[in-house]
Design a protein around this ligand. Structure first.
Ligand code: SF4
Length: 153
């Protein structure tokens, strides 16, 4: 199993937003922080905006920021948006499935259960859980003028 790059970028971008509350982030600075192209970051930000995770302000002074509190964004919800339209196995998409075993395959059921467990774990993690007290992350994101108080190892 491997996450798509856009899912991983979505998580990185949301962590950058959560770690810089009240600040409008620029796509270019986030792209640099997340080690991706500005174009790639822009596509992910656009999807995050469409799905209601970030709000944007256009113009020279514009940028984007979280549209909801970090503790109201579960990582399961984010992953479902970015991974949900990609079938995990060929048979998960009846429109394009060509697997000759799909009529009698028991494996599919177990994969579905494994995926449910995967998303269940992520549903219990909020964006705030990822950033709160995470001094190492704040140091890497480098948009704050100083370290937050109450840093935790
Ligand atoms: S082998 Fe089973 S799980 Fe894999 S694609 Fe075919 S039907 Fe689906």
């Amino acid at each position: 199993m491997r996450l798509t790059i856009r899912t991983n970028l979505a998580a990185r971008i949301l962590m950058a937003c959560a770690d810089n509350p009240g600040r409008l982030l620029k796509t270019a600075e986030v792209a640099e922080m997340c080690n991706c192209s500005t174009n790639h970051a822009a596509h992910v930000v656009q999807r995050l905006h469409i799905e209601g995770f970030v709000s944007t302000l256009r113009g020279r002074a514009g940028g984007f920021t979280l549209a909801r509190p970090a503790d109201a964004i579960s990582m399961g919800a984010v992953f479902r948006v970015f991974e949900g339209d990609i079938p995990f196995a060929e048979c998960f998409d009846p429109e394009t499935n060509t697997c000759p075993l799909s009529g009698a395959c028991r494996l599919k059921r177990y994969i579905e259960r494994a995926l449910d467990a995967f998303y269940h774990e992520l549903d219990m993690v909020t964006l705030r859980d990822l950033v709160q007290g995470n001094c190492g992350l704040s140091a890497l994101l480098q948009l704050k003028p100083s370290m937050p108080e109450n840093c935790q190892p």
